[in-house]
Design a protein around this ligand. Structure first.
Ligand code: ADP
Ligand code: ADP
Length: 249
């Protein structure tokens, strides 16, 4: 969550900025995307990165799961696709993301997780940012092989508030209970073996082309997602801080 007193993303990252107008803090945008297969650790890293950089976190999976739980029209349209491990159609999800970005909270930066997942989604995002004179800062790719994805997703458990655990790699202090609010941990419906395999197939066919898309635009930064959560976080944090400095020089 962005803290209005934090001085913005650059200050949160401990970066120096200059401004000709001393009364107005300089705006240094960090517009970031987390890319990678399901289970790569995007949500796990996002929790840490939003704190580091004071960025609002926009996760399309979370938005859609909430819509399903609330029984909204969006949830009704999305549910069948999510249960089957397929992607929600582009026209539905593009509207969702444009709305999420067109907010006061996201105007100085954002961290997207789970969007874009297709080339048309990436194009729609580019167009929307261009219209308001903004652009992406970087796309952070978490590389994790399929076998590891299957291990991670089959052991993933989530709390009511969306905090993520793993029965083996990141267990809660008390089995089956969230460390923070004590709520029971559940397994997501789409974290069952058959749906996991389907989601991986969908990732390779529809989302992986985005790696070339962003590489061609000079935005892609790769990270070895098989390292520990702390190591992955250290690498990403250092890279993002360097990017900001380069941008200001
Ligand atoms: P994504 O958001 O990419 O789907 P998650 O952050 O939900 O991925 O992580 C998937 C599962 O893997 C969770 O159970 C999480 O606790 C675990 N996990 C995340 N990062 C790592 C890591 N670096 N090493 C081992 N397990 C991890
Ligand atoms: P994970 O990172 O574990 O794959 P998410 O929580 O990001 O899962 O997404 C869960 C499901 O929500 C996806 O399998 C898909 O059905 C739907 N979804 C999320 N984001 C998008 C998107 N950008 N485009 C289409 N469908 C999406």
């Amino acid at each position: 969550m962005a803290d209005p007193d934090s001085g913005g993303p650059a200050a949160a990252a401990g970066l120096q900025t200059t401004s000709s107008d001393a009364t107005k803090p300089p705006v240094t945008e960090l517009n970031l995307i987390l890319l990678g297969p399901p289970g790569a650790g995007k949500g796990t890293q996002a929790e840490r990165l939003t704190q580091d950089f004071g960025l609002p976190y926009i996760a399309t999976g979370d938005i859609l799961r909430k819509a399903v739980a609330d029984g909204t029209e969006l949830g009704r349209r999305a549910k069948q696709y999510m249960d089957a491990g397929e992607l929600v159609p582009d026209d539905v999800i593009i509207g969702v993301i444009l709305e999420a970005l067109d907010t006061e909270e996201a105007k100085d930066g954002f961290l997207l997780d789970g969007y874009p997942r297709t080339v048309p989604q990436a194009e729609a995002l580019d167009e929307a940012l261009k219209k308001v004179g903004r652009q992406l800062t970087a796309v952070l790719l978490l590389d994790v092989p399929d076998e590891e994805v299957e291990r991670r997703l089959s052991g993933r458990r989530v709390s009511r508030s969306g905090r993520v655990y793993h029965i083996e790699f990141d267990p809660p202090k008390h089995p089956g209970r969230c460390d923070i609010d004590g709520s029971p941990l559940i397994q997501r419906d789409d974290d069952k073996p058959e749906t996991i395999r389907k989601r991986l197939k969908v990732y390779h066919e529809q989302t992986e082309p985005l790696i070339d898309y962003y590489e061609e635009r000079g935005l892609l930064r790769r990270f070895d997602g098989t390292r520990s959560p702390t190591e992955v976080h250290d690498h990403i944090r250092a890279t993002v801080a360097t990017l900001r400095l380069e941008d200001e020089l």
